[in-house]
Design a protein around this ligand. Structure first.
Ligand SMILES: O=P(O)(O)O[C@H]1[C@@H](O)[C@@H](OP(=O)(O)O[C@@H]2[C@@H](O)[C@H](O)[C@@H](O)[C@H](O)[C@@H]2O)[C@H](O)[C@@H](O)[C@@H]1O
Ligand SMILES: Nc1ccn([C@@H]2O[C@H](COP(=O)(O)O)[C@@H](O)[C@H]2O)c(=O)n1
Length: 445
């Protein structure tokens, strides 16, 4: 399926706040239209037709033929772009193939990847001549409801679209699966002197040919500075992985997402952040070893938070890589080893007891077991190891890396290095044994 992206308008309300043409305004480091192309590409779309108008030259200069993004981009210039977005969609008729169904969206409407994937799958169930419209019926939470195009709906079908509707059950998200029937309806509307996309859709509404796909959030129309900020919030909130541990989710992400929001507008790469997190953990290790437990603890927790930023930036800016995932995991192990070694040096210097060495060795061997169990589970079952799903009550005994480093932080803060190492030594191995017993039932062939 091809995607048609409307990028012909002027975007007046944003011109006063941003120098770039609206489709090229960077949102968390990626221009709006590029973010849409990359998101749709991840949902399986390879061919894009961009309808240009006011900023034809600038958009063509930025996107080129799309090869930089690994996609194909062709253009249709709409000289009558000031007339209304229906004329822009209608301009696609010159490229539309017989019987073609195409994704249709506004350059300044953003959608989370999962919503697009679900929407595209729904397209397979359309009847001849029908179109599909994503509609948000979560009216109490829709951002800037006043500005939205309302949808009067009945039985999963749109009866009428309009900005001024008094009676409505949902709003138009600006995401369609169109077909020749939509282009035909637009021809009829334009001949009658009506030039908006809604005018064409309303003709199909009269024929009960507009099927609705209800969504709850996960989209935003970026029209002005407040919606721009709401779009930032939406994208950042979608960065927390399901595999996150309890401490990461309740504490660390509150800090890492703020850092990611700032770093997203820089050129820093996920691998550079991974390396930075490792260097901070080296600082923690040296602080412990040279008798500064508070600094050691603080740096351990900071390295833990920064270790979440690399993945957030990777997901936010479409920079995830297999090597990056490996680099992140391996450096996490070395970081753990260094921190424990620094703590062991400090504890042995104070206690001079062989038990200190034995317990530190147990902690050292216990730390990588969590990753080992998870990666082996994933390799053998193909399923991601989700602590919440498989760890039972142990999910609340934070012995994933986030929880371990938080314990190191507390041990350094209160200068209780020995007890912290002893707890790590016991709980990491207990967690491993508990997992070995508990996940057996999830792995039966
Ligand atoms: O000991 P575990 O928790 O199993 O180790 C996992 C951890 O290395 C993961 O790294 P990631 O960067 O995804 O996890 C971060 C934690 O290390 C930080 O402590 C936390 O603050 C941050 O939010 C992240 O959760 C690896 O991807 C896993 O493969 C590994 O099992
Ligand atoms: N240099 C990196 C680091 C991480 N990634 C990706 O992020 C995942 C880890 O996410 P966190 O939020 O838990 O840090 C990792 O598995 C990779 O998929 C990356 O691509 N490059």
């Amino acid at each position: 399926m091809r995607a048609v992206i409307l990028a012909a308008g002027e975007g007046k309300r944003m011109r006063a706040h941003f120098q770039e043409p609206k489709p090229l305004i960077p949102l968390l480091g990626i221009p709006l239209i590029e973010r849409n192309i990359r998101t749709l590409n991840k949902a399986g779309i390879r061919e894009f037709v961009v309808i240009t108008g006011k900023y034809d030259k600038e958009i063509k200069e930025y996107l080129g033929d799309g090869s930089q993004l690994g996609v194909s981009v062709t253009y249709v210039y709409n000289a009558d772009w000031e007339q209304g977005n229906g004329v822009s969609v209608h301009a696609f008729r010159q490229l539309c193939r017989p019987g073609e169904r195409f994704l249709l969206l506004m350059a300044d409407h953003l959608f989370q990847e999962e919503l697009v994937k679900e929407f595209i799958r729904e397209a397979d169930r359309l009847e001849e001549g029908e179109i599909l419209l994503a509609a948000d019926n979560r009216l109490n939470d829709v951002f800037d409801l006043e500005e939205c195009t309302k949808v009067r709906a009945e039985g999963g079908r749109a009866l009428e679209l309009g900005k001024q509707l008094k009676e409505f059950q949902a709003v138009d998200c600006g995401l369609f699966v169109g077909s020749e029937s939509l282009l035909g309806a637009l021809s009829e509307a334009i001949n009658a002197g009506k030039h908006t996309l809604s005018d064409g859709v309303n003709i199909l509404c009269g024929e009960r040919k507009v099927k609705l796909f209800f969504v709850s959030g996960r989209w935003i129309d970026v029209d002005d500075p407040p919606s721009f900020k709401e779009a930032e919030k939406m994208l950042l909130s979608g960065l927390i992985p399901a595999k996150d541990g309890f401490i990461s989710r309740t504490i660390n992400r509150k800090f890492s997402l703020r850092l990611t929001k700032k770093l997203a507008y820089t050129r820093i790469t996920p691998n550079q952040v991974t390396a930075l997190s490792f260097l901070i953990s080296l600082g923690s290790s040296l602080s412990f070893a040279f008798g500064s437990p508070i600094a050691g603890g603080l740096l351990a927790q900071i390295s833990s938070i920064v270790d979440g930023v690399d993945g957030e930036i990777a997901r936010l800016k479409f920079q995830k890589s297999n090597y990056g995932g490996l680099f992140d995991s391996i450096l996490d192990r070395y970081a753990d080893f260094l921190i424990i070694a620094g703590m062991a040096v400090a504890w042995f210097a104070e206690a001079s007891s062989p038990y200190a060495l034995a317990i530190s060795a147990l902690a050292l061997t216990g730390l990588p077991m969590s990753m080992l169990v998870k990666e082996k589970f994933h390799a053998l079952t193909g399923k991601q190891y989700i602590s919440e799903e498989y760890d039972g009550f142990f999910h609340y005994i934070p012995m994933n890396r986030d929880g371990r480093l938080f314990l190191v932080f507390l041990g350094g803060l209160f200068n209780l290095i020995g007890p912290a190492l002893a707890i790590l030594a016991v709980l990491t191995h207990l967690q491993t044994i508990y997992r070995l017993i508990r996940i057996r039932k999830f792995m039966m062939e």
